[in-house]
Design a protein around this ligand. Structure first.
Ligand code: 13P
Length: 283
């Protein structure tokens, strides 16, 4: 069932688990994710970055592909099609009009007043269409889609202001996580996580979920995190499988066999994240 993120994250907050956002890169990944989440009865958010959407043929192609796969595979779990790090009002509107059920507007690189202004434009439009909106404050470090980002911890007053003045559904405060591979142990500010959650009293989102040790993930969930984004670890798992397959069989050339050779690894990674987040049997 394709839906926005509202019911799934409110249930996660009430029952203290997190819904995974797995980013998709192509048709096969989408299928692997849907099949494994269905098997484990976990709700899922399919994250689509602007770069990935462009790669796959645009927002309309992605929305139609997900809808058709959900129908073809007989998927019954809640599935959200979510724009990840929407960089402008215009792109969020394009994604919504193409059939995405949720968008993230990421205006975190601007000063907070401008972040609020842009985010509010998106929520005003999204409200008329039953679309959920996520927004970021502070800066998640690392690099995504080739765009580098300097880590900056969210300020409590900025987080509260952004949340209160924009009518967003979900806040993603940057509190020490980074996109991609960590250099050393992540330094998440759990104290501030609790402080912000107590003030906004609404489910929060953790970006850069790959590579965070299990105990820190569990602690984050206990501090109000209800959605955790995973991209890099799926990419690493899938490419390990494909690399091995190609090394073992130097004659193979069928692209379907090659792409499928990462399936076992990617599904094992999805299962381990779902069990860690506690979202199994919640659909
Ligand atoms: P990772 O690539 O670190 O898993 O982060 C994913 C993410 O936060 C997408 O927004």
């Amino acid at each position: 069932m394709i839906d926005n993120m509202k019911a799934m994250l409110l249930k996660a907050e009430a029952e203290k688990y997190a819904v995974p956002q797995f980013n998709i890169n192509n048709l096969e990944w989408t299928r692997f994710i849907l099949e494994e989440c269905e098997r484990l009865k976990s709700p899922v958010i399919l994250g689509v970055s602007e770069g990935a959407a462009k790669y796959m043929g645009g927002f309309q192609t992605v929305a139609d592909m997900v809808k058709n796969l959900v129908e073809f595979l007989g998927i019954t779990i809640p599935v959200a099609i979510h724009l990840d790090h929407g960089s402008s009002f215009e792109n969020c509107i394009k994604a919504i009009n193409a059939g995405f059920t949720s968008v993230m507007i990421d205006a975190s690189k601007y000063k907070v007043e401008d972040n609020i202004k842009i985010t509010k434009q998106v929520t005003d439009y999204a409200r008329t269409k039953n679309i959920t909106v996520e927004a970021e404050v502070g800066a998640v470090g690392g690099e995504e889609d080739g765009v580098a980002d300097e880590l900056a911890y969210a300020k409590v007053e900025d987080a509260l202001k952004l949340f209160n003045e924009t009518n967003i559904d979900f806040l993603a405060p940057a509190l020490g996580s980074v996109h991609g591979i960590y250099k050393g142990e992540p330094k998440l500010d759990f104290h501030r996580m609790v402080e912000i959650h107590d003030l906004i009293n609404s489910p929060m989102v953790l970006h850069g979920g790959s590579g965070i040790p299990d105990d820190l993930i569990k602690k984050a969930i206990s501090c109000g995190i209800c959605k955790i984004n995973i991209n890099t670890e799926l990419q690493i798992a899938w490419s390990k499988g494909v690399r091995q397959f190609l090394n073992d069989d130097l004659k193979v050339y069928d692209p379907r066999k090659i792409i499928k050779s990462g399936e076992k690894n990617i599904k094992a990674m999805i299962e381990s994240k779902i069990m860690l987040f506690g979202s199994n049997n919640k659909a």
